[in-house]
Design a protein around this ligand. Structure first.
Ligand code: SAM
Length: 412
């Protein structure tokens, strides 16, 4: 069974859906908030106890069909009942755990758009909860696919603290609510369609192409559409045939999703820039540390040449191998090398991802390339001239290309 929207009761889903579902993404009915106009619907007209009992049953059905590597994501909001806030997401986690699920993470979905007013005792509501649940600990999760590049200026000064693959996702996600009627080419008339970007982030994070995605409360079919566009298979269930008719209508207009060329390019430029910044900063930071150990060392150092080594790294956390050649005005003996390696082995220099090999040459530094003058306070800059002619100079077998320069300029 592939790509189906069934008019069926979610409480019976294990009879209809094959075992081995890879990912469940759903926004269940928020207790009795809305009438979805279908007999047998969960939530509307039910008592609180009956609602939780039905939701427990749906979660048990979901647990029965999910694969060992699968996960279930729920998008839920709180609501007000009898003058008090009802923490619906927390109650649903409780019944889901009774049905065999474990909560892995709670994410805040910042919606940005809301009604311009609020009622007494309430603020304007601009967030909902996204709950990430699994049955076991073998679940798929690929945070590298959803990294971001919205760095603060710190990354230029501290490139060793930023991953070459961007920033790991946080637990606050910002996606505007879709405007009804502006989704795809077709009019979408549903109370709460989910934003495509939010669903796609979950799909990227926890599934692979061709995997099977299930939404037991499919509504307008936002999850099914995002799954289809992301090259996944899908099954959706709902009781309201109008929603299915609407989905059937716009489904043929859906296009497969294309890789965002700008994001791919940014990722490449960020990775290469961080690599160069780290390779340049390591000897700069080393010189700074050596100055603290003994000012005499520094006066004896004429320059440092960075050479890239092609051999594979030995350490699991190392990314690159480099040789740093120290040109000394006078022989500093073995003590100097011991001091250098001692520093390199310790944090923070050991955290740069660089396997550094150090060589000493007792002769003046005659750089073949333009020298980068070491600055105490801005190790990442390559000034065009040495301010007083006394700082050790650095050379590297690379410079920043125009795209990297442009990126760096944004943060200087
Ligand atoms: C919060 S809405 C889902 C919205 C959906 N995520 C979207 O993007 O449009 C909940 C949906 O659950 C459906 N529903 C309620 N009880 C159901 C049941 N027992 N089985 C299947 N669907 C049900 C409703 O018809 C409604 O469309």
């Amino acid at each position: 069974m592939i790509n189906e929207y069934l008019i069926q009761d979610a409480k019976l889903l294990s009879r209809l859906v094959p075992k081995g579902v890879d990912l469940i993404v759903s926004s269940p009915p928020y207790f009795d908030m809305k009438d979805y106009g279908a007999p047998g619907q969960i939530g509307f007209g039910q008592s609180w106890e009956k609602y939780l009992e039905d939701m427990r049953q749906v979660f048990a059905e979901c647990a029965a069909v999910i694969s060992d590597t699968g996960s279930m994501w729920l998008i839920v909001d709180t609501l007000k009942r009898k003058g008090a806030q009802l923490l619906l997401p927390f109650h649903l986690v409780e019944v889901a755990s009774e049905a065999g699920w474990r909560l892995q993470e709670t994410i805040i979905w910042k919606k940005d758009r809301t009604l311009p007013f609020s009622t007494k005792g309430e603020m304007r509501n601009i967030f909902e909860y996204v709950l990430f649940l699994t049955k076991g600990d073998k679940f798929k999760c690929y945070p590298d696919r959803v990294r971001s590049y919205d760095f603060k200026h710190w990354w230029v000064k501290y490139p060793e603290r930023y991953s070459v693959s961007g920033k790991a996702p946080t637990d606050v996600w910002e996606f505007p609510i879709p405007v009804q009627g502006s989704w795809g080419n077709e009019y979408v008339r549903h109370f709460c369609p989910l934003p495509e970007g939010l669903v796609m982030r979950i799909i990227d994070l926890c599934s692979d192409p061709k995997d099977l995605v299930l939404d037991p409360f499919a509504g307008s079919g936002a999850v099914l559409a995002a799954a289809y566009r992301s090259d996944r298979r899908f099954i959706g269930l709902d009781l309201n045939p109008d929603y299915k008719a609407m989905f059937d209508n716009y489904m043929p207009t859906l296009m497969k999703r294309e890789e965002d060329a700008e994001v791919v390019e940014t990722a490449k430029v960020v990775a290469s820039t961080i690599r160069k910044l780290r390779l340049l900063k390591l000897p700069s930071a080393l010189l700074k540390a050596l100055r603290r150990d003994s000012p005499d060392f520094l006066t004896a150092i004429d320059g440092v040449e960075i050479k890239m080594l092609d051999e594979p790294c030995a350490g699991r956390h190392s990314l690159w191998r480099a040789e740093y050649v120290f040109y000394l005005r006078e022989d500093l003996g073995v003590d100097f090398l011991d001091q250098v390696y001692g520093r390199l082995k310790k944090a923070p220099l050991s955290k740069y991802g660089i396997e550094a090999q150090v060589r000493v040459e007792c002769r003046p530094f005659e750089p073949a390339q333009t020298a980068w003058y070491y600055k105490w306070d801005a190790t990442y800059l390559a000034p065009s001239r040495d301010p007083d002619g006394s700082s050790p100079r650095l050379t590297a077998p690379f410079s920043f290309d125009p795209k990297e320069e442009k990126l760096l300029r944004r943060y200087r």
